[in-house]
Design a binder for this molecule. Structure first.
Ligand code: ARG
Ligand code: GLU
Length: 719
């Protein structure tokens, strides 16, 4: 019997493997291209239930959260779920040693306690529409790229005006398939978004950066917000008179749980992918750009982590910065390993061989010189990018240098012939504001050490003739002793001291710009920026514009060459659907990963001495008493799960929906072995990581005692 069962399992799993699906699809075309496959994979609803402009559909519950995440509406009072890491900055901004919401979590007892977040927005899609014909109207192949762009921009402008006439909507038009097609998005943006709840970091960020991008994962990565509107349910700036927004649609939540092979789909805003680039581009990322970013960020993180471990104050101050630096760093390591393991460059080269053959056919001659044009362009681009990344991740990775550089506009305004007092006052005001938030999260001692470490690495690796004269002068002066160099700059620069800067700004007169220009940190910053502008930026922009045009043509050619292949457009931070099945994977020889994790795993990872692995007594009590309420499953609390949905950055916070379109999880990450899926998806290794909605509700209800929030939601459970 056992044998039979495992045989059945093998058949089942291979069958799921065969179905595993790559792609981030346009909701508008689901009916045409994907519905049949989705239903064959287990979906019980229709394309029209997911996206429709004629009646309310699931899309009406999906939002862009802030500038780079997704969120979903889960109650008729505008309650919104997203990731903890998406709400992280908001939570951090409200946090201090006295009110450490990062460490302790935050739960508004009622609506009056919800916290406002100036600048945070939530964007609903009203409708989307293909506008290729209008955008590309009278564009022809004789035009220069600049002429083409000008005409396109003019068309886009009038499409946007037309689409938003007499409404408060905002429109965007974005290129798809690398400029071969265009789509219009009409959006409604809400500006009063309040923080309702966030678990403590040892739940919301459990495992921290050690577990980030990894499976098995046990992170309760969610936070809760609420959208407010004016009395007419329209977007409005924050006001005490605003009321909870009544959405057209909110998602129902299923507590039925997750089984291997279950159909799932992710509905959200994937940011950017590069699936159709030539081998040269992959080579540049893997062998030039990623190694520089990985090495410089690794060094920076080493310093920051040390200070964060030693001081609770620094831990709060640097939490969000450190998470951001580390997130990219680890992703690129995974990406490089993945591309190497997949032989990604060789695969692209093999395709290019075929392409070359195809393009030498008489009817495809117009594509015949594409690959050599790519090669030429990338040969020019490599060294420029190398130098650029040393400046961006090296010099500008030092907070002092970046901050000093933010004073360049003040220098320019003060230094102009007839100084406009109004402009000057505005700039000083803006700088005062940014100065106070900058120093809230700043420690010169951390930055000083980062300065020494980054400068040393920069100097040892960048081509010597690329070091700006001013910087070389200072390095020589300190005899390449970077610790001494850092000491001196931090001692002499006013930008290292809040008091000095505030005093300076309080009494600022235009003639004082000379003091800024003499400052050692400012001198370094402007040397870097000048070099960036004159030596790299213009050249890179020119090559990029050439590449844009080559890529557009190459994309078109790839589609012509493979007429039977169904292409999906690269991610471009527009609403997409990715679908697949719940499944584990084999990350390495002889290793098999199960598709879900449980609270048992949290207890296994527990370490009271490590901030990211602390388990609170309250959670332990619930665990010991198996007090899981309606959220448990046979005495177990399931925490996270994985599937082969094709996702990327921006999909964080995206709802994970089941065959009936009910919410079963929140997407928050990908498995490390599969992070090269932004360049090359691997059905065997690419898995997205999701929070099980039952764990999320368990934390809200049982751990935080905020059951009133669950009461607001629509819960469905069969049986
Ligand atoms: N890797 C996830 C993403 O790309 C989560 C990042 C936040 N978490 C962290 N530990 N830094 O956004
Ligand atoms: N954590 C990512 C985000 O913030 C999603 C993970 C990914 O890149 O797939 O969007």
């Amino acid at each position: 019997m056992k044998k039979l069962l495992s045989l059945a399992l093998i058949v089942l799993t291979t069958c799921f493997q065969a179905r595993s699906d790559e792609g981030m699809w346009i909701p508008l075309f689901l009916g045409e291209f994907n519905e049949a496959q989705m239903q064959a994979m287990g979906m019980k609803i229709t394309a029209d239930d997911i996206y429709s402009v004629n009646h309310s559909s699931l899309k009406d519950a999906i939002v862009i959260f802030g500038g780079g995440c997704t969120g979903e509406v889960v109650s008729d009072q505008g309650l919104l779920l997203t990731n903890h890491h998406c709400g992280f900055r908001s939570i951090q901004k409200h946090s201090s040693i006295e009110h450490d919401y990062l460490t302790n979590g935050f739960w508004a007892k009622d609506k009056s306690e919800e916290l406002t977040n100036p600048g945070l927005t939530v964007t609903f899609l009203i409708r989307m529409e293909e506008v290729t014909a209008i955008v590309l109207d009278s564009i022809n192949t004789d035009m220069t790229e600049a002429e083409r762009r000008m005409l396109i921009n003019r068309h886009i402008k009038s499409i946007k005006e037309e689409a938003t006439k007499d409404t408060h909507y905002k429109a965007v038009v974005k290129p798809f398939f690398l400029g071969n097609r265009y789509f219009l998005f009409v959006n409604e943006i809400f500006e009063d978004v309040r923080l309702v709840g966030a678990p403590p970091s040892n739940i919301g960020k459990f495992g921290g950066d050690t577990d980030n991008w990894m499976w098995p994962r046990h992170t309760g990565d969610f936070s809760i917000f609420r959208i407010y509107a004016d009395k007419d349910n329209n977007p409005a700036k924050y006001s005490e008179d605003n009321v909870p927004y009544q959405p057209k649609k909110h998602l129902s939540i299923s507590l039925d749980g997750i089984n291997e092979g279950d159909f799932t789909f992710i509905f959200g805003y994937p940011g950017s992918t590069e699936e159709y680039i030539p081998s040269y581009a992959v080579d540049m990322t893997v062998n030039t750009i990623n190694p520089i970013r990985i090495s410089l960020r690794g060094k920076r993180l080493g310093v920051i982590k040390k200070y964060m471990n030693d001081s609770p104050e620094i831990r709060i101050q640097y939490a969000a910065k450190q998470a951001g630096i580390s997130n990219g760093w680890k992703k690129w390591i995974g990406e490089n390993r993945g591309i190497k393991r997949l032989h990604g460059i060789e695969k692209k080269e093999a395709f290019e061989k075929e392409f070359q053959k195809w393009s030498s056919l008489t009817e495809n001659q117009k594509y015949n010189s594409l690959l050599s044009a790519f090669k030429e362009t990338y040969d020019e681009l490599y060294p420029l990018k190398k130098n650029l990344y040393y400046v961006v991740e090296g010099g500008l990775g030092i907070e002092l240098i970046k901050y000093a550089n933010s004073f360049s506009s003040l220098v320019n305004i003060s230094n102009s012939k007839d100084v406009s007092q109004d402009k000057l006052d505005k700039t000083v005001k803006r700088l005062k504001k940014s100065t106070s938030s900058y120093f809230k999260d700043y420690q010169p001692e951390v930055d000083k050490e980062v300065f020494a470490v980054l400068f040393k690495t920069y100097y040892e690796n960048v081509d010597k003739d690329e070091v700006p004269e001013e910087i070389q002068k200072q390095i020589t002066k300190y005899k390449e002793n970077f610790i001494l160099f850092a000491d001196e700059v931090f001692k002499k620069s006013m930008f290292a001291s809040k008091d000095k800067i505030i005093d300076f700004l309080d009494n600022y007169k235009a003639s004082q710009y000379k003091k800024i220009k003499k400052d050692p940190a400012y001198k370094i910053a402007s040397a870097f920026i000048k070099q960036y502008k004159t030596n790299y930026y213009t050249k890179i922009a020119k090559l990029n514009s050439k590449l844009d045009s080559l890529m557009r043509i190459y994309m078109k050619a790839q589609m012509e060459m493979q007429p039977n292949k169904l292409f999906y457009p690269d991610a471009n931070f527009t609403l997409r659907i990715a679908y697949g099945n719940v499944m584990g994977y084999n990350p390495a020889d002889a290793v098999t990963y199960n598709y879900f994790t449980t609270l048992e795993g949290i207890m296994e990872k527990e370490d009271p001495d490590i901030y990211d692995y602390v388990v609170e007594d309250k959670l332990k009590d619930l665990y010991n008493n198996k007090d899981y309420g309606i959220y448990g499953n046979n005495g177990k609390m399931q925490v996270c799960f994985i599937a082969n949905n094709h996702t990327t950055g921006g999909n964080s916070g995206s709802p994970v929906l089941d065959a009936n379109g009910n919410l079963i999880g929140i997407n928050f990450d990908r498995c490390w072995e599969g992070t090269m899926s932004d360049i090359m998806y691997d059905p065997d290794q690419s898995r997205n990581i999701m929070l099980d909605i039952r764990y999320c509700l368990f934390i809200i209800d049982k751990f935080a005692g905020a059951g009133h929030l669950v009461d607001e939601m629509t819960i469905v459970k069969s049986e």
